[in-house]
Design a binder for this molecule. Structure first.
Ligand code: SF4
Length: 337
């Protein structure tokens, strides 16, 4: 038995319109929003496999649906909360759909975490992505949510229409300044049956490649790390629908998070190796959990660093150091340890 999230999808429920990049039916694989009966069914099925679970409403704008509909969906979970069989509820919603009345309803019904799709903190990007809210809406909503004692998760995207690396980094800095309890980073994927797919086909949007996403996210990840903010997701969850052809282009890669972490370590290693003389035999010591990330896919980091610094040999070995820390050791001659 393990702690778990019970996801319930309400695709596009409450959304005033579709944002350019979004097709929740293809992302979640759910065609219709869940009813209160579906909520009960999802909880019953999940509780056969886990305990201490948290119920999560994803895929729509939960607080933009009517208060009665919110009550109905949340009430379906009430008996399980009362019995302690689920611990709490989280909802995902839009920054412009938060008010003191809504927060009171959510708190009274057991919601303890609110995820806000902030996506960008640049109004020009929000407008080009048809978000229909401003960065100020995110700031106001985040402050209200935190002041009422909820956990706050902010979602941001990279590579949106009208954005670039600088704007994405500014977005990350502004989001970090709001001190959320966690963030999710979703580099833009071009999903079938979206306005973005049309814009791309018409040459009005340049694809945010996996490489571009890795580069910008490797700058963004340290911003959140430094601020002590947990990145709870990087990249869209892989799904049969997306892998089966619904992801037409953009930054869709099942291992995107690993690729980004590997890029972050590559940049840190470059810093650590500055001043090292050509021809040296070097060992990079990292936390055991970072070994494969430091080495890189197909040894890409080893190859790049060896060439850039003209090293005689470069290997990566584990050590009792913090995650993300790199210690450079020199060896008199190459040894197979
Ligand atoms: S991104 Fe959020 S607000 Fe926009 S259409 Fe998708 S679920 Fe709705």
């Amino acid at each position: 038995m393990r702690k778990s999230i019970i996801p319930v999808f309400i695709p596009h429920l409450g959304c005033p319109h579709d944002c350019v990049f979004c097709n929740q039916k293809r992302i979640s694989g759910s065609l219709l929003p869940a009813s209160p009966e579906d909520v009960v069914k999802a909880i019953d099925e999940a509780l056969e496999k886990c305990e201490n679970a948290e119920l999560a409403f994803y895929g729509g704008s939960f607080t933009a649906i009517s208060m009665d509909e919110q009550r109905a969906l949340l009430s379906a979970a009430a008996p399980y909360l009362a019995e302690g069989r689920i611990t709490s509820i989280r909802v995902s919603t839009r920054p412009d759909a938060i008010s003191e009345d809504i927060l009171s309803l959510l708190w009274d019904r057991g919601v303890r975490t609110i995820e806000l799709g902030s996506q960008s903190m640049m109004d020009c990007v929000l407008s080009a992505s048809w978000r229909g809210h401003t960065a100020a809406d995110t700031e106001n909503a985040a402050k209200m949510i935190k002041s009422r004692g909820f956990s706050l998760v902010l979602q941001m995207m990279t590579g949106l229409p009208g954005s670039d690396m600088e704007k994405d980094i500014i977005t990350a800095e502004k989001i970090a300044a709001l001190k959320p309890d966690g963030v999710r980073i979703y580099p833009t994927v071009i999903i079938r049956d979206t306005a973005l797919a049309d814009m791309w086909a018409e040459g009005k949007y340049e694809e945010h490649s996996v490489e571009a996403a890795a580069e910008v996210c490797s700058e963004i990840l340290p911003i959140f790390e430094k601020a002590g903010i947990k990145v709870i997701r990087l990249g869209l969850n892989p799904s049969d629908e997306l892998s089966g052809g619904d992801a037409l282009g953009g930054a869709y890669h099942p291992a995107l998070g690993e690729i980004v972490k590997s890029r972050v370590l590559l940049k840190k290693a470059r810093e650590a190796l500055k001043g090292v003389k050509a021809g040296e035999n070097v060992v990079l010591r990292v936390n055991p959990s970072c070994l494969s990330q430091m080495i890189g896919q197909k040894r890409s980091n080893i190859i790049k660093l060896s060439e850039e610094f003209s090293l005689n040999s470069l290997s990566v070995k584990s050590a009792d150091v913090e995650i993300g820390e790199i210690i450079v050791e020199f060896v008199a001659k190459e040894k197979s340890l």
